[in-house]
Design a protein around this ligand. Structure first.
Ligand code: MEV
Length: 439
């Protein structure tokens, strides 16, 4: 059993790898070679990556792909996606092509408010606290002027600060519940800096407040942090077309397809086990674009799943209807994204991804990401109710199996040709490869 290490972060990269090799990699020099193989030759570029986080010892690659032909509000875009899962980009691209010839995707940002909270404990008279809050509120706004100056120039800033009484849920618990507009930045640093300043001033001024008893002056600040739940930062994405335009290669009529599709969505609306998988498919599209554009996919995931259960029960994020012969499929989701700040101008691939998207504003990126999610869901549900998911999945997985078996380019070509007309399974690919190698 290895001993805890002291001062690990102070070791240089080589020393960290050496420590790892000795303690956890059985002195395996091959492992060290792999770690170093992923270093970038360009030392400056590598240093940039090293400094994104702590204790970096190598880089971790993800495929960076493109889903072309996205008609979003009349603009044709190629969407960059960073994702390892076979078939996600293929399914998204297929959905883009399908809807491209049926009017394209419509997307609209409905609102852009973000939330942050100062959580504190106060055990005195409520009326006194309310009076104090009214008095101190202008000082709170004033206290962050230095932090908000640039944001205000861009049209953002602190929108409102409310005192919220949460004592019914937890003894003596109150909040400063604050609304922010952060324009093109995701705004996490901006919001957290404002909140910490509010907390400081709120406590400091209370200590001077003559209305409070000495015990009441002792407001205990617990924490100040933004919320990743952003139900008032919402984007809507939608597609629609006459039902007859939905007829399928598989031979299904438009009416049959619309009816099956609607029922599949309805099941995700009422059945939790299905809803989670259904929404996971949506996140395949969303996360891939969020990652490629250098945004925080954990924040996006947490916020969206919370929104999926906003009415008390976890449900589908997408909905479908047929009215007067028109099939409509849509989704409204919360998304807090940035196109300035964070990694956006630092990470060369992120910068490039944003350039490919024609340097979108945060609102435009919200629309693009929502469309990628809707397209991905359309593709998944369409496969599920027609051919089944495995056909496409296994075709894409075929290359992974061939790579595991170290197939040569010639073998890959022959095997993929063979499986154009045969069902892919792990065993069938291995058998076919063995047959080929015996010949
Ligand atoms: C797989 O990554 C995603 C799906 O399971 C989504 C769905 O079932 O709707 C195919």
């Amino acid at each position: 059993m290895s001993q805890p290490v002291a001062g690990f972060s102070k070791l240089n990269k080589e020393e960290k790898i050496d420590w790892l090799k000795r303690h956890y990699l059985q002195n395996n020099t091959e492992a060290v070679k792999i770690l170093k193989q992923y270093w970038n030759e360009d030392a400056k570029l590598q240093q940039l990556h090293d400094e994104f986080t702590e204790n970096t010892i190598s880089n971790f690659y993800l495929p960076f792909g493109i889903a072309p032909n996205f008609n979003i509000n009349g603009k044709l875009l190629a969407i960059p996606m960073a994702i390892e899962e076979s078939s996600v980009i293929a399914a998204t691209s297929k959905a883009a092509k399908f809807w491209g010839s049926r009017g394209g995707f419509k997307a609209e940002v409905l609102n852009t408010k973000k939330i942050g909270q100062v959580h504190f404990i106060y055990s005195g008279e409520k009326e006194k606290l309310q009076r104090y809050f009214k008095e101190v509120k202008p000082k709170l706004f004033k206290s962050v002027k230095e932090i908000t100056a640039n944001m205000e120039k861009r049209g953002g800033g602190v929108l409102e600060i409310e005192l919220r009484d949460k004592t019914a849920s937890l003894e003596n618990y109150y909040q400063l519940h604050c609304n922010f507009e952060t324009k093109d930045s995701m705004g996490a640093n901006f919001i957290n800096s404002c909140l910490e300043k509010f907390a400081h001033v709120f406590k400091e001024e209370a200590e001077k407040c003559p209305d409070f008893t000495s015990e009441e002056q002792n407001i205990e600040i617990l924490m100040s942090i933004l919320s990743n739940y952003v139900p008032e930062c919402i984007v809507r994405a939608e597609v629609s077309c006459p039902v007859e335009q939905l007829s399928e290669e598989s031979g299904m009529t438009g009416e049959e397809f619309a009816s099956k599709f609607k029922r599949a969505i309805r099941i995700a609306e009422i059945e939790k086990y299905r809803a989670v998988t259904h929404n996971k498919g949506i996140m395949n599209g969303i996360d891939a674009v969020v990652l490629a554009t250098g945004n925080d996919f954990r924040a996006v995931e947490a916020g969206i799943h919370a929104y999926a259960s906003k009415d008390g029960s976890y449900t589908s994020l997408t909905h479908a209807s047929v009215e007067a012969g028109i099939f409509k499929f849509w989704m409204e989701i919360p998304l807090a994204l940035g196109t300035v700040g964070g990694l956006t101008s630092l990470h060369p691939m992120v910068k490039l991804a944003l350039e490919m998207l024609q340097k979108p504003s945060a609102k435009e990126l919200m629309e693009i990401v929502a469309v990628a999610g809707l397209a991905q869901n359309f593709g998944a549900v369409r496969s599920l109710i027609t051919t089944g998911i495995q056909q496409g999945h296994m075709k894409m997985h075929l290359m992974n199996i061939l790579n595991q078996q170290e197939a040569t380019p010639e073998e890959k070509k022959m095997i993929t040709d063979y499986f154009k007309n045969h069902t892919v399974s792990h065993n069938s690919v291995i058998n076919q490869l063995e047959k080929l190698r015996q010949q």
